[in-house]
Write a protein that binds this ligand. Structure first.
Ligand code: UDP
Ligand code: MG
Length: 143
């Protein structure tokens, strides 16, 4: 299996609930290496750009309001099979449908406020990582 990178965001609800540590612990426990990390705050516009693929959908306005409602913590994670394994760790988009023991099942309040983002493909992961991080901010070879 190939080593991949995925872009996650600990969303504003994760930060508000003081779950940065717990969710990051689960991510690391599952074998993901954090190769870039920061705390930032999206604006309505930059949240809209990140989720441009969803523009026009009924939840887009609410989503961009939520994603710009407070600080968030984007990270680039590295692991074999990272894209698929990370989606398994976080669970289904709607916490009501998420498997037991997943991050969204345990911590998310709703389909909108669902604690974490995870890239859906290697290609999108690259685009999303570049949305938040310059090459110089990616510490790729931590011992
Ligand atoms: N979302 C929402 N309502 C929906 C579908 C999605 O509010 O019916 C939000 C939710 O925060 C989700 C994000 O939009 O995480 C992006 O949707 P996507 O379908 O890409 O889900 P994800 O890849 O995050 O599981
Ligand atoms: Mg998605």
């Amino acid at each position: 299996m190939a080593v991949e990178r995925t872009l996650t965001i600990l969303k504003p609800d994760c930060v508000r609930k003081n779950l940065i540590g717990e969710v990051t612990r689960r991510i690391q426990e599952a074998g993901f290496k954090v190769v870039a990390m920061k705390m930032t705050r999206l604006t309505k516009d930059t949240a809209g750009g990140f989720y441009a693929v969803h523009k026009g959908k009924p939840f887009y306005d609410e989503l961009t309001d939520f994603m710009s409602s407070g600080p968030c913590v984007p990270m680039i994670l590295e692991k074999e099979n990272a894209i698929s394994d990370f989606r398994k760790l976080i669970g289904a988009t709607n916490p009501a449908d998420a498997d037991e023991g997943t991050v969204r099942k345990d911590f998310a309040d709703s389909v909108g406020e669902n604690i974490v983002h995870g890239s859906d493909s290697v290609e999108n992961g690259k685009i999303e990582a570049a949305y938040f991080f310059a090459e110089s901010e990616v510490v790729a070879n931590l011992a």
